[in-house]
Ligand binder design. Structure first.
Ligand SMILES: [Zn+2]
Length: 164
C-alpha cells in the first residue's frame, strides 16, 4: 500500500520540443507572397464581408468558404497594446525581448482581424494610443524565409500626435 505524504517533490527538467506543421493551402499562399513580394493578403468572407489575416479557408463566424483574396496595406491602426515588463521569448525566433517593450494588435488597412507583434517605440503611455498609425517593417527581401518572423516589427508613422 502507498502511504499518503505531504512532501512536495519537484523534478526539474528542460523540455525541448522542436516541431513543424504544414501551413496548409491558404497560409502557404499568403506566406509565399510575404516572402517573395513583401505583400500581405487576407481572404474576404462572401457572407459577412470580414477580411481575415492570416487567411483561413472558412469564415469562423459564418462557416462559409472564403475564396476572394484581398491585398492588404503595409500600414494599419493600433487596436490594442500592452507594455511588457517581463521578458518574453519570441516563439518564431527563440530570442528574448528585453523589457520594457510595446506589444500591439495591429489592424492592417483592409483587414478586419489583427496581427499581434512588437511595436518599436519608447514604452511611454504619453506617446502611444489606440488608433495610432503604424507601418510594418519586414526583413530585407533576400533574408525572408516565408514565416511570420519575416515581420521584424511595427513602428509608428512619423508626424503623429496623441489626441488630447
Ligand atoms: Zn463571415
Amino acid at each position: 500500500m502507498i502511504k499518503k505524504t505531504d512532501e512536495q517533490i519537484s523534478i526539474p527538467m528542460v523540455v525541448d520540443v522542436p516541431f513543424e506543421f504544414a501551413a496548409g493551402q491558404y497560409l502557404s499562399r499568403a506566406l509565399t507572397e510575404l516572402r517573395d513580394n513583401g505583400k500581405f493578403f487576407g481572404v474576404k468572407c462572401p457572407k459577412c464581408g470580414r477580411v481575415q489575416l492570416p487567411p483561413r479557408i472558412v469564415c469562423a463566424e459564418c462557416h462559409v468558404k472564403n475564396e476572394e483574396w484581398v491585398e492588404l496595406g503595409l500600414e494599419g491602426k493600433l487596436k490594442a497594446f500592452t507594455i511588457m515588463y517581463l521578458p518574453l521569448t519570441d516563439p518564431t525566433t527563440g530570442k528574448p525581448h528585453n523589457p520594457p517593450f510595446v506589444y500591439g494588435s495591429v489592424q492592417l488597412d483592409g483587414a478586419t482581424s489583427v496581427l499581434d507583434h512588437l511595436v518599436s517605440m519608447e514604452p511611454d503611455l504619453d506617446k502611444i494610443w489606440v488608433g495610432m498609425r503604424l507601418r510594418i517593417i519586414l526583413r530585407p527581401p533576400q533574408e525572408r524565409i516565408g514565416d511570420l518572423s519575416d515581420i521584424l516589427y511595427f513602428e509608428p508613422l512619423p508626424g503623429q500626435k496623441k489626441p488630447a
